[in-house]
Design a protein around this ligand. Structure first.
Ligand SMILES: [Zn+2]
Length: 531
């Protein structure tokens, strides 16, 4: 009998133990289900991030403070929220034309024009302005997001907001989101530079680029242009510093948000080829002469008739001038195309030619990749040349109607092409870099390690000088002297400090790694911003 009982015990005991473990697991799963990601003992940062993925507000709370590195694709004029544009228009004494939904210097009372104060008091008129100057007034069922998006710039621009104000806004917003580096697309030099090149170019024949070059070459040696560009940027940046000190919304960040800003001139792809040539020379000159100007890009809709017709010549001009001006860094919007907006033919080589002929080291959007003639070969070229694709999820959804599985985000990742998360036009999309990370994380089920890779990509593929922290772009291999940078107790040696002093990329990458350490420590300690 005793033996029988003991035999039965042998069977039951493991079952009982198993049941207890199962119940404990259920209880802990239950606990975890009702536990915020910042609670004690809910695991490492990766486990905490899985908890944060349950709802969008939790993701926002987690990702706003995640160190994100850089925003590499950000148009300054599309980053200024309409609310601040209205305030700025009022400060300048502009009036408002409700019929055209634009600010104007025409007198109030004439043709329905009202004062800025009247606009502020009329919530319906104010709402109508914000609707038309951003994507919030776009109704997908009845209107085209592409057209609404490109029209919104004119409404924003009518408020005549200065570059210093826009810069202050963007710097403040990004500092608050743990972004430490921005590459902003804007015109970073005065018109006089472009005019001098244009005046020298008396005849332009797209078939004779050497002839065009010979006409403008002397302008490039005039040191007055480099000085004018430096003074122009100095004025904008010191204006932005002043605004950051004085304006309440922005001052919340403290006196001097620590964000490094660099600039990319934009070539207008719809304009004539001679103007494109002049703009490209001006941009490459600025990159050569001014350290704050780091690369160039091309803007305006890629699907426009003129853009399509001139693309081949534009690539030829970039190729030619790159050879003349020391191969400056280039990032190109390429493949921001869908069948709704474009015939398929331009999509067959738009991305590959932007890289092989247009000398692009980064690609903006790259949505039409799947329509490339040799899609595998193009992806292989991007991977081999280490061309990063700048992903802009909100923008692609609004302008092209592309989201979720229709977006090539995962295709690029599976093909080993580096990508980064960017805003494009955060104010027009009513978004910001945190929100773009939220979309990426929730739509593509990203893991915590993926987030860190995206943040590291943004600094690694930025157009700033320096050797950086990582060996051969392998984030697991740290440069000698920095092997312990991810240890919580690390302090830089004198040599490490000297190396960071002379290498901006290294400095910002070390800062990112240290911010990740601090972020993870905060996660484990209750995630409060004030102790
Ligand atoms: Zn863009």
């Amino acid at each position: 009998m005793k033996r029988a009982i003991s035999a039965r015990n042998c069977v039951c005991l493991p079952l009982l133990l198993g049941l207890m473990v199962f119940l404990a697991a259920c209880q802990s799963a239950d606990l975890r289900r009702d536990t915020p990601f910042w609670a004690e003992d809910v695991g490492d940062p990766a486990a905490r991030f899985e908890l944060a993925k349950r709802t969008q507000p939790e993701l926002i709370a987690f990702l706003r403070r995640l160190p994100k590195g850089a925003d590499l694709h950000n148009h300054l004029s599309g980053a200024s929220y309409g609310e601040y544009v209205v305030a700025s228009a009022l400060e300048q004494g502009l009036n408002y034309d409700p019929a055209r939904r634009r600010f104007t210097d025409r007198p109030a009372g004439q043709d329905g024009v009202i004062t800025g104060e009247q606009l502020l008091r009329d919530s319906a008129l104010l709402a109508a302005y914000h609707d038309v100057s951003s994507m919030r007034g776009w109704y997908p069922a009845v209107a085209n997001g592409h057209d609404h998006f490109f029209a919104s710039f004119d409404h924003l621009r009518s408020g005549d907001r200065g570059k210093a104000e826009m810069l202050a806004e963007v710097v403040a917003r990004n500092a608050w989101q743990n972004v430490t580096y921005l590459e902003l697309m804007t015109s970073p030099y005065p018109k006089s530079v472009r005019k001098a090149i244009g005046a020298a170019l008396e005849r332009f024949d797209p078939g004779d680029l050497e002839g065009a070059w010979a006409q403008v070459a002397s302008v490039l040696d005039d040191p007055a242009h480099a000085a004018a560009t430096a003074a122009y940027l100095d004025r904008i940046e010191s204006g932005a510093d002043r605004i950051l000190r004085d304006k309440h919304d922005l001052r919340l960040l403290g006196d001097a948000p620590d964000v490094v800003v660099r600039y990319l001139p934009q070539l207008l792809r719809k304009l004539s080829l001679d103007r494109f040539f002049v703009d490209a020379v001006a941009a490459m000159m600025a990159i050569r002469d001014e350290p704050r100007v780091v690369a160039l890009n091309m803007v305006q809709p890629e699907d426009a008739t003129r853009s399509r017709e001139r693309f081949a010549d534009q690539m030829r001009i970039l190729d030619f001038l790159s050879g003349k001006l020391g191969n400056p860094p280039i990032s190109l919007h390429a493949g921001e195309l869908v069948l709704r907006e474009s015939p398929v033919e331009p999509m067959r080589d738009r991305i590959s030619r932007s890289v092989t002929q247009g000398q692009a080291r980064r690609i903006g959007h790259g949505i039409s990749i799947a329509w490339e003639d040799d899609v595998v070969g193009t992806l292989e070229t991007l991977r081999r040349r280490e061309v990063l694709v700048e992903i802009c999820l909100s923008s692609n959804e609004g302008i092209l109607g592309v989201k979720g599985d229709a977006h090539p985000f995962m295709l690029y990742r599976r093909a080993g092409v580096p990508v980064s998360i960017n805003t494009d036009d955060e104010a027009i999309s009513r978004s910001n870099l945190t929100m773009e990370f939220v979309l990426a994380a929730s739509r593509y089920d990203l893991r915590y390690a993926d987030l860190l890779e995206l943040a590291r990509n943004s600094l690694e593929y930025a157009f700033m000088p320096g050797d950086g922290l990582y060996v051969e772009r392998d984030y697991a291999r740290l440069r000698p002297g920095f092997a312990k940078v991810r240890d919580s107790q690390w302090t830089p040696s004198a040599e490490a400090r000297a190396a960071m002093q002379s290498d901006l990329k290294l400095r910002l990458q070390v800062r990112l790694e240290r911010e990740i350490v601090a972020f993870e420590r905060s996660l484990a300690n209750g995630f409060r911003t004030t102790p």
